[in-house]
Ligand binder design. Structure first.
Ligand code: FPP
Length: 244
């Protein structure tokens, strides 16, 4: 028997990883830089993670770029974040498309500036037939609102006689969320040491493994992603042992 055949096969990566990218402000502050510098480095980290996700063979990667609560930040910072989103879409679309990445947005992104809405529509349309990594960017996203909106749509369907009350189940409810058609995340990572979900994928992450890491988002790299995936696999293995 050859040496290679005795090696255990590497565990498959989680199909869907979602990340709360936190700590840009603290990264900048620690260096005496303006917050925007942290967000700029955050975009670099984001690029690296998309690349790492493709290399690892992850099917879905969801990134929390701007929450519905982030509007409470100073207008200047909101402008900076929107500017970075614009730049990212303008600069990266072609390469993402060439690499077979499918881009989807969740959240109330249609309420953003018209030029950003156009860029998002272009990105989604251009990449719609791609079969590589699906990159889901959450912008102006908040789970509470998403769940309320889903409830309203379902209530309206019942009121209009298009749905029976007894037809409502988890699958029907999930079809009315922004993530319709996307499998639930297996792993949710939050950086910067904070340990909360902050209104992110509350329904969808019901069974996800949660990994909280001390690293600030601009410092998050391929090794950090691998570390989180290793932690995910360890938990899975423990679960297998105790339930067997
Ligand atoms: C949290 O750091 C991060 C954000 C609110 C935004 C994340 C955005 C990016 C990485 C860049 C923009 C995204 C795209 C898709 C181009 P924080 O500011 O809350 O950090 P702090 O908690 O240390 O203050």
């Amino acid at each position: 028997m050859s040496e290679a055949s005795t090696e255990t096969a590497p565990l498959p990566p989680p199909a869907h990883i979602a990340i709360i990218m936190d700590g840009n402000g603290r990264w900048a502050k620690a260096r005496g830089l303006p917050r925007v510098a942290g967000h700029q480095r955050g975009v670099e980290a984001l690029r690296g993670v998309v690349e790492a996700g493709q290399e690892m063979g992850i099917d879905y990667l969801t990134l929390y770029a701007f929450s519905s609560e982030n509007w409470k930040r100073p207008p200047r910072e909101v402008d900076d974040l929107m500017g970075l989103l614009r730049l990212y879409l303008r600069r990266e679309l072609r390469e993402l498309h060439c690499n077979g990445v499918r881009i989807r947005f969740i959240g109330e992104w249609r309420l953003l500036a018209p030029d950003i809405v156009k860029l998002i529509e272009d990105a989604e349309e251009t990449t719609t037939l791609n079969t590589g990594l699906t990159l889901i960017i959450a912008v102006n996203y908040g789970s509470h609102r998403e769940i309320v909106e889903a409830s309203k749509q379902i209530a309206a369907a019942v009121a209009d006689g298009n749905m029976e009350l007894d037809d409502i189940d988890e699958a029907i409810f999930a079809q009315h969320l922004h993530t319709d058609g996307i499998p639930d995340p297996d792993l949710v990572i939050r950086t910067s040491g904070e340990q909360r979900l902050s209104n992110f994928l509350l329904w969808q992450a019901g069974y996800a493994e949660l990994v909280f890491m001390d690293v600030l988002w601009p410092d998050f790299n391929k090794q950090s992603l691998q570390q989180a995936v290793d932690e995910f696999h360890q938990r899975e293995r423990r679960y297998g042992a105790s339930s067997g």
